[in-house]
Write a protein that binds this ligand. Structure first.
Ligand code: ZN
Length: 444
């Protein structure tokens, strides 16, 4: 990094967290995307990406069916227009137009009359939550089925039913979105989220909305790092991206997978496979500085697309930022993960935390003290006792002493924040003040 970059970093202000009313804007995007029937592939994903292009200049990429991507192959493209179950009186008792969760995602087309007993072998319900429709998929086993509330199932009588799934499963393509924002350096920060779930608000849409508004905020300010935002269908999408971009992977210096960021639960951070990468430490510093309840989980090879980015052949410094993890809230993968399940304050908090995390990695520079023999006299430079409130002033003075003492060229600002147990913001401000007075020099 050049000296001027470091100086620019040190004088950069903390992110402005209210550049637009982020939670309202994110929620409006979630509302717009909610009705669309998405899947691994197909028109729902394309429509979603087209809507995202209204917000950020996303490049839409496609990979043809049958393309080998590592040990996988891009599946056939699935599209659906309609689906229903009618009773013998011709009444629609299950209707895809009312909820796209009613169809087993990736169902083969079907149109036939069948008995109740046979129909039941194709139905999925949640007996423990009898009013909710489950979300089920059958991506890699060709099948058809319907998902419905358990109460709907219980109401079915011995009758002959007409089932119709007007879908297609044909050669086509897998589609994903990519937005690259160049910065002062080639090192990249990856932000990735999955886009394959239909009408589910927290698991899927909250992550998409957060990524979009992070991208917009970052685009409006100077950046040390370059940023790559990926909007890919889960698993196969990140595998396809990694397969098509293997040569670029070395540029990824930090990464976050975003998922389930709009529920009322506390923040959960799942560490990268490296466990103590700079991104892991940056997230933990921000959560500690904030002081709100949170949890940090060790890496495990189950979850979202960190599974692929952290597979041993890549082992990238990519963690997963969530509120309540997948499978740990009752509404997960059901019709109850709806627009009402999203909490605007949580969305705003997730946005603000991600901004702070990226602010840490952007500003985590290393400096050398230019007056290392005994402490420099800070008072005569106006650096001592000038900060407002007593407690805040004391913390800022401590931060100056810590930064001076540990700026020996081998500790970066995050190291100093960790060792001093002071907030990163205080350490960053101290470094900026000392730099201004010529007491620090950035390590180039
Ligand atoms: Zn999911």
């Amino acid at each position: 990094m050049s000296r001027s970059n470091s100086e620019a970093r040190a004088s950069r202000q903390s992110p402005v967290l209210h550049e637009e009313d982020s939670s309202q804007s994110m929620y409006q995007l979630i509302r717009k995307l909610y009705p669309i029937c998405r899947s691994l592939t197909g028109d729902g994903v394309r429509e979603t990406l087209r809507i995202l292009q209204e917000y950020i200049p996303l490049a839409i990429q496609s990979v043809p069916t049958g393309t080998a991507v590592f040990d996988w192959s891009i599946p056939k493209e699935w599209n659906i227009r309609d689906a229903y179950i009618k009773n013998s009186a011709g009444e629609k008792i299950v209707d895809f137009q009312k909820s796209n969760l009613h169809v087993l995602n990736y169902s083969l087309p079907v149109r036939q009359k069948i008995s109740l007993a046979e129909l039941k072998t194709h139905l999925f319900t949640l007996p423990e939550q009898p009013e909710w429709i489950p979300y089920r998929t059958s991506y890699y086993n060709e099948n058809w089925g319907f998902c419905l509330s358990h109460n709907q199932l219980m109401a079915l009588t011995d009758d002959e039913y007409e089932v119709c799934i007007d879908s297609s499963l044909r050669d086509g393509e897998l589609t994903y979105g990519e937005y690259f924002l160049s910065g002062e350096t080639d090192g990249e920060v990856l932000v990735s989220t999955h886009i394959c779930h239909p009408s589910l608000a927290n698991d899927n849409l909250s992550g998409i909305a957060l990524a979009v508004f992070l991208a917009r905020a970052l685009a409006a300010e100077p950046r040390t790092y370059s940023y790559r935002f990926l909007f890919t269908p889960g698993t196969i999408g990140s595998i396809a991206w990694l397969s098509c971009n293997e040569a670029r992977v070395g540029q990824i210096k930090h990464g976050l997978i975003l998922a389930c960021v709009g529920d009322r639960g506390k923040i959960t951070y799942k560490r990268s496979r490296r466990a103590n990468a700079e991104i892991d430490r940056a997230v933990i510093q921000v959560l500690k500085d904030d002081g709100a309840p949170h949890q940090v989980l060790d890496f495990s090879p189950y979850g979202y697309d960190e599974r692929q980015f952290c597979s041993p052949g890549f082992n990238l410094p990519v963690g997963c930022f969530m509120r309540t993890p997948h499978g740990k809230f009752p509404e997960y993968h059901t019709s109850a993960d709806d627009l009402e399940f999203i909490d605007l304050r949580s969305l705003a908090d997730s946005f603000s935390k991600c901004r702070s995390i990226l602010d840490v990695v952007e500003n985590n520079a290393t400096y050398v003290n230019q007056n290392p023999k005994c402490e420099p006299q800070l008072g005569k430079r106006g650096l001592y006792g000038t900060v407002g409130g007593l407690a805040e002033g004391r913390q800022q003075e401590l931060a100056l002493l810590w930064v001076l003492n540990l700026s020996d060229g081998s500790h970066n600002l995050l190291d100093i924040a960790e060792k001093s147990a002071l907030a990163f913001a205080a350490i960053k401000k101290a470094a900026a003040d000392l730099l201004k007075h010529g007491l620090l020099k950035p390590v180039i």
